[in-house]
Design a protein around this ligand. Structure first.
Ligand SMILES: Cc1ncc(C[n+]2csc(CCOP(=O)(O)OP(=O)(O)O)c2C)c(N)n1
Ligand code: SF4
Ligand SMILES: [Mg+2]
Length: 299
């Protein structure tokens, strides 16, 4: 693993967050937009790459940290938030961004999603929601629409869609937003705001899978999405947010649904063990040799 040394702070640009490895997503995949805009947001916020950790699970979307120049973990399917929680509590000075897909976060990882919001871990969670399992070549996910024909539901999906935004609101998430990778300027604002929010922030992003989801295409989203900001929505109102989160069909809202005007303290602000600085900065009580042995056990 390459260790990033701390360079002197400098004005950052998108290219400073580009890794040596170029994305291998299918041409036209929505995840390209998600990645580019996220790199731009980090540059605009002047987050130094060595002060940033990007964590993911498994999926096409979860390959994102490999294309991002920062610290990164490509973890296990559904476990991005578990890893991200551990990292944030070990070093709460880091900016932590967790990323992944709808299958990863809202399927196998659903319990971690709810627990991280309930605990209010101070991180940003970006879900590339293409309403399908892309990496495994097109099976139904928890956000696939009812009736949708996929490889795993050839006669149509019988199950009701999961509503991640309503679930987030009900689980105590203080920042709930939805973007569209086909509207990068709008997405940039959401990312920047979410990263600065002092607590768990969810940005669910419609990120079309052009290869395996022939139903929820760029056209399909463009015909339906409208911006909450242009429609007088009060993002300080929990009940207003819940009402908008339930909208689906001919018109689908994107934008900021809820930003808690009185954010509750995140876990790192409450835990007494973290009040005099990050755990990683404290003496471990181990000799250099003991530390080496301990690390070797995990390698
Ligand atoms: C424990 C485990 N179960 C199943 C898989 C197979 N698997 C890999 S990615 C994936 C779903 C990916 O879907 P999503 O998270 O929506 O990401 P996308 O590829 O659509 O971006 C599955 C089921 C796995 N890698 N590990
Ligand atoms: S299979 Fe779908 S989600 Fe995966 S890279 Fe291709 S377009 Fe993107
Ligand atoms: Mg998916």
């Amino acid at each position: 693993m390459t260790t990033l040394t701390a360079p002197a702070p400098r004005k950052l640009e998108l290219k400073n967050f580009k890794a040596d490895v170029a994305p291998d997503w299918c041409p036209g995949c929505g995840d390209f937009g998600v990645l580019n805009v996220l790199q731009k947001a980090c540059a605009e916020l002047e987050i130094q790459p060595h002060e940033l950790l990007v964590v993911s699970g498994i999926g096409c979307s979860s390959n994102l940290p490999g294309f991002f120049r920062s610290y990164g973990v490509h973890s296990l399917h559904g476990r991005a938030l578990a890893f991200a929680t551990g990292a944030k509590l070990a070093n709460h000075a880091l900016t932590v961004i967790a990323t992944g897909g709808d299958g990863d976060g809202y399927g196998i990882g659903l319990n971690h999603f709810i627990q991280a919001m309930r605990r209010n871990i101070n991180l940003t969670y970006i879900v590339m929601n293409n309403e399908i399992y892309g990496l495994t070549t097109g099976q139904t996910s928890p956000t696939s629409e009812q009736g949708m024909t996929t490889k795993s539901t050839p006669n149509g999906n019988l199950e009701q869609m999961l509503n991640p935004l309503a679930l987030a609101l009900a689980s105590g998430c203080g920042y709930v937003a939805r973007g569209f990778s086909g509207d990068p300027k709008h997405l940039l604002k959401l990312y920047m705001d979410a990263i600065q929010y002092p607590g768990f922030a969810l940005v669910d992003v419609f990120s079309p899978c052009v290869t395996f989801n022939k139903q929820n295409t760029y056209h399909w989203f463009r015909d339906r999405v409208y911006r909450l900001e242009d429609n007088g929505h009060d993002a300080g109102s929990f009940h207003g947010a819940m009402e908008r989160a339930m909208e689906w069909g001919g018109k689908i809202p994107i934008g900021l649904f809820f930003r808690n005007p009185n954010p509750r303290p995140s876990l790192d602000k409450l835990d007494p063990a973290l009040q005099d600085g990050p755990l990683v900065g404290k003496p471990s009580g181990l000799s250099a040799e003991q530390r080496r042995e301990l690390v070797a056990e995990f390698m």
